[in-house]
Design a protein around this ligand. Structure first.
Ligand code: FAD
Ligand code: SF4
Length: 526
């Protein structure tokens, strides 16, 4: 198949790029490839969004908004202790006046409707599994993964060979830690002049609470308990309509404690008295996990290579102090479309993005996240200084690779975090996976490749106690004992495609690749 532009990923960045291209030139042939069974089914976000870029992309959208869209009415920012809470002034970056609380999954479905109406070809249920290179070595498109391949690589009755989609330009909009984006960054050495990229893990549940408890439009954030001062992170609680509340927790993946479990930290947060009050008597509708990209300005790779571009979270454009990346994804998608329309290729897009408001926004806040590398109080102090000076101080703090921050068990003593006995659902990670409605045909090649399996049962067990069995939010990794001795069992069917293992594994030997198209979580309104 031939297209002028093929876009990998039907999130806000990819859809904005596709729609803008058709708005600018209706004759262009544009395709969007999405691995989820339907658009939005693997999107997980807060999400409070800034509406500016949407006003530009879909004028008049406020008259026919996405299905879940609640104007923000109030911001609260809390410092939590195990039983205490203290209201702090809301940081300016988290002032959400004029913003909207949405389900980003539902918003993407809505946006896909606009893109299809404009003539974009959207293919959900197909994973872009490989890059197609031209004989000259440029990116010339993508290859859709084969369907109907058995666990040992054999062709099943249902076998269908994946097709190649050739395009003058390939736009990578895979979101955080994209599988093809990772390969291309390495292949073209796109990050040679930037700091290592850094990440967080974000866990979220959508709850239906007892009538009267939700206050539509209220936005709450917290820092402090259940994390200790060395771990960056905090919570978000967004009150929707119809007695629904989005509850989530974000932990920086630069944590040092090899025994730390982000899933457990999230569940603990729900047991703070402030949250218990809200959730008691309610029920979970949907849950899931996704990594966030945190490196910002100093970690931004070159976003242009021969035949291809990176946009949105695949490039790393999220604004951490705001905990917002949707407006940046939309803006970068539109900018890429405008650039392709004007120049006929991506050449010059790197400079254009860096000179745009997208990058100016990241530059202003570039020192806030790395300021927390020395703990909560130093981080808050840096945040105050950087906010007061608008990021104009002539210094740029460095980012360091997350996996390299993990301490060995022998060298680390975890503090008492005063965690409590839990009672609220879900009981454990497997019960949580149930609410992600994740599905993978068990008879397909394992999409979590362990590059050096011997390390798992030797050095990793000894040095870190197999942290993958704890940081994975879906209990995919398990150490089991059988007649052959101890081995790592990979329950790949549970995977929710969050990419945490690919990022945090201390030896960098876990490689997440795309499973069959359509496999993975089927989130409802996350
Ligand atoms: C817990 C959490 C809370 C957040 N809160 C907010 C918030 O309140 N406000 C805000 O503005 N932002 C928030 N963000 C960030 C925001 O969600 C992202 O910045 C935004 O979704 C990035 O858009 P994107 O299009 O670049 O990537 P994504 O939204 O991640 O979309 C990428 C799409 O590509 C698909 N895909 C990936 N690889 C392939 C492949 N190889 N083949 C086919 N399809 C593929 C994925 O399935 C997905 O649909 C939050 C993020 C998280 C994780
Ligand atoms: S296996 Fe990896 S990508 Fe899948 S849920 Fe676990 S940590 Fe996330």
């Amino acid at each position: 198949m031939e297209y002028d532009v093929v876009i990998v990923g039907g999130g806000p960045a990819g859809l904005a790029c596709a729609l803008r291209l058709k708005q600018l030139d209706n004759d262009l042939q544009v395709a969007v490839i999405e691995k989820a069974s339907e658009i939005g089914a693997q999107i997980l976000s807060g999400a409070v969004i800034e509406p500016g870029p949407l006003d530009e992309l879909v004028p008049g959208w406020r008259d026919a908004p996405p299905p879940i869209c609640v104007p923000v009415t109030k911001d609260e920012f809390w410092l939590l202790g195990p039983k205490s809470r203290r209201k702090l002034p809301t940081p300016p970056q988290q002032n959400n006046h004029g913003n909207f609380i949405v389900s980003l999954g539902a918003t993407c479905q809505w946006l896909a409707g606009h893109a299809e109406a404009a003539g974009v070809d959207i293919f959900p249920g197909y994973a872009a599994s490989e890059i197609h290179y031209t004989p000259g070595g440029d990116v010339g498109g993508i290859v859709i993964g084969d369907m109907g391949v058995g666990r040992e690589g054999q062709q099943k009755d249902s076998y269908v060979q994946g097709i190649e989609i050739h395009a003058a330009t390939t736009v990578l909009a895979e979101g955080c830690r994209g599988h093809l984006s990772k390969q291309l960054i390495k292949h073209f050495d796109l990050d040679k002049d930037s700091d290592p990229q850094t990440y967080a893990i974000g866990l979220k549940e959508l709850w239906k609470v007892q009538p009267g408890k939700a206050q539509p439009g209220k936005v709450q954030h917290s820092i402090g308990w259940p994390l200790d001062k060395a771990i960056y992170g905090g919570s978000f609680v967004y009150h929707l309509d119809d007695d629904r509340i989005a509850v989530g927790f974000v932990c920086g993946l630069d944590y040092q404690d090899p025994d730390f479990m982000p899933f457990e930290a999230f569940q603990q947060f729900k047991h703070h008295p402030m949250m218990r009050e809200l959730l008691d008597g309610g029920e979970i509708i949907s849950s899931g996990t996704r990594a966030l990209v945190e490196g910002g300005y100093q970690s931004l790779p070159r976003v242009e290579m021969p035949g291809a571009l990176l946009i949105g979270d695949a490039a790393g454009l999220l604004n951490v102090p705001k905990i917002k990346g949707t407006h940046q994804a939309l803006r970068s998608g539109m900018l890429a479309a405008e650039h392709l329309h004007e120049h006929g290729s991506g050449t010059g897009f790197n400079a254009r993005l860096r000179a745009s408001p997208v990058m100016a926004e990241l530059k202003k806040v570039r020192n806030i996240r790395p300021g927390f590398n020395k703990g909560l109080w130093r981080g808050l102090w840096t945040a105050v200084i950087e906010t007061l000076t608008g990021g104009s101080l002539p210094r740029t703090l460095s980012n360091h690779a997350d996996y390299a921050q993990l301490e060995k068990r022998a060298d680390y003593q975890a503090p008492d975090r005063h965690w409590v006995q839990r009672e609220l659902a879900p009981r454990d990670r497997l019960a949580s996976v149930y609410f992600a409605t994740t599905e993978h045909d068990e008879d397909q090649p394992v999409h979590l490749q362990i590059l050096e399996p011997d390390i798992c049962t030797s050095r990793c067990t000894e040095e870190y106690g197999n942290p993958c069995t704890r940081f994975c939010p879906a209990a995919v990794y398990e150490m089991v004992e059988d007649e052959g001795g101890e081995r790592l069992q990979i329950n790949s069917a549970n995977c929710v495609h969050c990419k945490t293992c690919d990022i945090k594994d201390p030896y960098q030997i876990i490689n997440w690749v795309t499973p069959e198209g359509g496999a993975g979580p089927n989130y409802q309104n996350l």
